[in-house]
Unconditional design. Structure first.
Length: 75
């Protein structure tokens, strides 16, 4: 897939690195055009997501987290 001008198909990512389906490693200098500024799959985000999945996520009922997020933006 190298040098053909087509999109690369990536199998995995971690930190600032991407690996394509052929096993080639790339440095992601675009960072998802901004949203990946912490890198791909940062360990602290994975841990927080795993914990929340373990605790459960409620769609209808409110959780204490519903009040925490606005506080992050208000300060």
């Amino acid at each position: 897939m190298e040098g053909n001008g087509l999109s690369h198909f990536h199998r995995r990512s971690k930190g600032s690195r991407l690996w394509d389906v052929d096993g080639n490693e790339y440095i992601d200098i675009l960072n998802g055009f901004g949203p990946i500024m912490l890198g791909h799959r940062p360990d602290f985000v994975e841990r927080a997501m795993e914990q929340q999945l373990h605790d459960g996520f409620e769609i209808g009922p409110q959780t204490p987290l519903a009040g925490e997020l606005p506080k992050c933006f208000a300060t």
